[in-house]
Design a protein around this ligand. Structure first.
Ligand SMILES: Cc1cc2nc3c(=O)[nH]c(=O)nc-3n(C[C@H](O)[C@H](O)[C@H](O)COP(=O)(O)O)c2cc1C
Length: 211
C-alpha cells in the first residue's frame, strides 16, 4: 500500500472513532444511571460504633500518631485549627477518670484515651468563637473513624459543657486557662462483638423547605 493511501485509511479510522465517541457521549438517553459506589470510607462510617470494652493489647505509638493525624485533617472555621490533644497513657490517670465518672468507666480497661481540647487563644474572636466546639468535634469524629479503620475501638465521652467534667479534666491534666477539654476518647483493641446501630430515618430529611 502506498504511503498516501495508508494515511487516508488512518485518517478515516480516526474520523469514524471520534464520530462514534461523540454520538454516544452526547446522547443523554443512552447514559447509564449514576451508580453510588461504596468506598471503604463509606463502609467505615457505616460500620463504626462506640466500643466500650477493650483487650489488653497495647496500641503502638505510630498508630496513635495516625489517629492524631486523622484528627488534625478535619475542617475548621477559618482554618484556625484551635484543637489541642492530650494523650493519656498513665494507668492511674485512666483509672481515676473511670472512678470519677460513671459514664466513663470504660477508661479503666482502655490502654489510652485522647482528651480533645479547644485553645481559646487560637479560636476565632467575636461571634464565631463557639465554632471551636464544631472544629474539635470534627476532629473527634475523624479520630473515631480512623480508630475504627485501623481495627481499634473507641468511644467519645463528653466533657464540655458540663462544668464538673471540665474542671476535673482541667485540674487532672494541668491544662492552662486557655485550654478547654471537650471530649475524652477512650481507645483500645475491641473485646467482643460491637454491632453498629442502624440510625437511618428518611423522615428526618427535608428538601428545600420543612414542609
Ligand atoms: C457529645 C457526646 C458525648 C458522649 N458521652 C458519652 C459518655 O460520657 N459515655 C459513653 O459511654 N458514651 C458517650 N457518648 C457516645 C454515645 O453514647 C454514642 O455515640 C451513641 O449512643 C450512639 O452510638 P454509636 O456511637 O455506637 O453509634 C457520647 C457521644 C457524644 C457525641
Amino acid at each position: 500500500m502506498k504511503n498516501s493511501s495508508f494515511i487516508l485509511v488512518l485518517l478515516g479510522a480516526a474520523v469514524l472513532f471520534i464520530a462514534f465517541r461523540w454520538a454516544y457521549s452526547s446522547d443523554s438517553s443512552k447514559e447509564e444511571p449514576e451508580k453510588v459506589t461504596c468506598s471503604s470510607t463509606i463502609e467505615d462510617i457505616m460500620t463504626r460504633t462506640s466500643v466500650r470494652s477493650y483487650s489488653d493489647k497495647k496500641v503502638a505509638k505510630e498508630t496513635v500518631d495516625t489517629l492524631l493525624r486523622a484528627a488534625m485533617a478535619a475542617p475548621t472555621a477559618m482554618n484556625k485549627q484551635p484543637w489541642r490533644f492530650v494523650v493519656i497513657e498513665k494507668r492511674e490517670l485512666l483509672d481515676s477518670i473511670a472512678a470519677k465518672f460513671k459514664s466513663m468507666t470504660m477508661a479503666a480497661k482502655a490502654p489510652l484515651a485522647v482528651v480533645m481540647c479547644g485553645d481559646m487563644i487560637a479560636a476565632i474572636e467575636g461571634e464565631g468563637r463557639e465554632y471551636w466546639v464544631q472544629d474539635v468535634s470534627a476532629a473527634s469524629e475523624n479520630l473515631l473513624l480512623a480508630a475504627h479503620a485501623v481495627g481499634l475501638g473507641a468511644v467519645w465521652c463528653g466533657i464540655y459543657p458540663i462544668a464538673e467534667r471540665v474542671n476535673y479534666f482541667s485540674k487532672m491534666l494541668e491544662l492552662s486557662d486557655n485550654i478547654v477539654p471537650m471530649a475524652c476518647i477512650c481507645i483500645g483493641y475491641p473485646e467482643g462483638i460491637n454491632q453498629p446501630k442502624d440510625k437511618w430515618k428518611p423522615e428526618y430529611v427535608h428538601y428545600n423547605s420543612w414542609q
